[in-house]
Design a protein around this ligand. Structure first.
Ligand SMILES: [Fe+2]
Ligand SMILES: [Fe+2]
Length: 369
């Protein structure tokens, strides 16, 4: 019930309409009620950064290894194929893997942009509409940042079919919570872990900086999905929760398989079966794929999707051990690192501005005694 002083009662004019992707909901209750969502909204408004000005795009990038990754992170590192490669073939592989990885981030960000705008339409309350609107802007800025990064890399890949299939499922499902579950929890939760790997292991300052800034926003997005679903899922029947668990389990398997990088092996003319077999069996690669679930597993437990189907799927994937991860600590760390990079960057900008002023002062005859 709205507390606005409407001249005519609005209770009877509640309005919603159907479009192809679900129900578009208007609300006449403009009072904000959920502090946690409003805090996220306020934070979202304050923390809008601009990739064009905040990031130094002149930072150097090795054209043969744009992501600045270490060789140990290359999926086929240590295989017979890798050992036989000469210097030139390894450089080409590093370039293609970087382009492939950042292209998937770029397309995933566009998916997030479209999902966030869908949430603005579908969600019933004004708090969530406010918050989701900041996310629309966040995601547009992320698309822009990764698009600029790919221009610098000079090579791009189309969307991976596993990522496309998940986005297709999320966007065509008319139940509003599926958009949250698919995008805010699963895709963004996994992206956060992948970003975390780059932020920790990349030797390139430009990719590390872009990633840290994006992560700061993504942590907020995941918190939103978590807060919204934690309120909603206990209200569902166990049959309805089962459906969500099956959806989540299937999406997790598809996302894990996206990291097999099949398109790269095909493009470079490598033996796809041999590469896939090595990546699937490699101890270090299977550890890396498990690490991707570090945030998703405890979040699903936290929001109440923790029935036998979900636990069984995670046991099979070997990631059930993440159930007790301290989420608050991990998310706080994401924000802290981004803040530190931001502070460093601001300090550098201040220094450049100060030097510019000094130069101008020296050229100004009136400043010379
Ligand atoms: Fe994003
Ligand atoms: Fe996001």
């Amino acid at each position: 019930m709205s507390t606005k002083n409407f001249a005519i009662p609005v209770d009877k004019t509640g309005w919603q309409l159907q479009d192809n992707s679900g129900t578009v909901r208007f609300t006449w209750d403009y009072d904000t009620q959920r502090d946690r969502l409003i805090n996220l909204y306020e934070k979202g408004k304050r923390r809008q950064w601009d990739a064009k000005t905040r990031i130094d795009w002149n930072l150097p990038m090795d054209p043969n290894n744009p992501a600045g990754g270490i060789d140990e992170m290359i999926p086929i590192y240590g295989s017979e194929m890798w050992n036989k490669m000469d210097q030139k073939a390894r450089e080409e592989l590093r370039l293609h893997l970087s382009a492939w990885q950042f292209s998937q981030f770029l397309h995933g960000e566009q998916g997030a942009l479209i999902c966030a705008s869908k949430i603005v339409q579908n969600v019933p309350d004004i708090d969530s509409k406010y918050y989701a609107a900041t996310q629309v802007m966040d995601e547009a800025r992320h698309v822009e940042a990764y698009s600029m990064l790919l221009d610098k890399i000079g090579l791009a890949y189309p969307i991976n079919f596993n990522l496309r299939d998940i986005l297709n499922d999320v966007l065509t499902d008319s139940r509003w919570d599926m958009t949250y579950l698919g995008m805010q929890v699963l895709i963004e939760g996994l992206a956060l872990a992948a970003f975390g790997g780059i932020r920790t292991f990349s030797q390139n300052e430009l990719t590390r900086t872009v990633t840290a800034y994006v992560m700061q926003d993504e942590a907020r997005h995941v918190s939103f999905g978590r807060a919204a679903l934690k309120d909603y899922y206990p209200q569902l029947t166990s049959k309805e929760r089962d459906e969500r668990e099956l959806f989540a389990a299937e999406a997790c398997r598809m996302m894990r398989d996206r990291f097999l990088a099949v398109e790269v092996w095909e493009t470079l003319g490598l033996d796809v079966n041999e590469c896939t077999r090595f990546v699937v069996e490699s101890e270090s690669q299977s550890q890396f794929r498990s690490f991707l679930f570090m945030r998703i597993v405890p979040i699903l437990k936290d929001i109440g999707l923790w029935g036998p189907k979900m636990r069984h799927a995670f046991e099979q994937m070997g990631v059930i051990g993440f159930a007790d991860t301290d989420l608050e600590k991990v998310m706080a760390e994401d924000e802290k690192i981004a803040d530190e990079i931001d502070a460093m960057r601001r300090h550098e900008v201040d220094k450049v501005v100060a030097l510019g002023e000094l130069d101008e002062g020296q050229n100004d005859p009136s400043s010379q005694a």
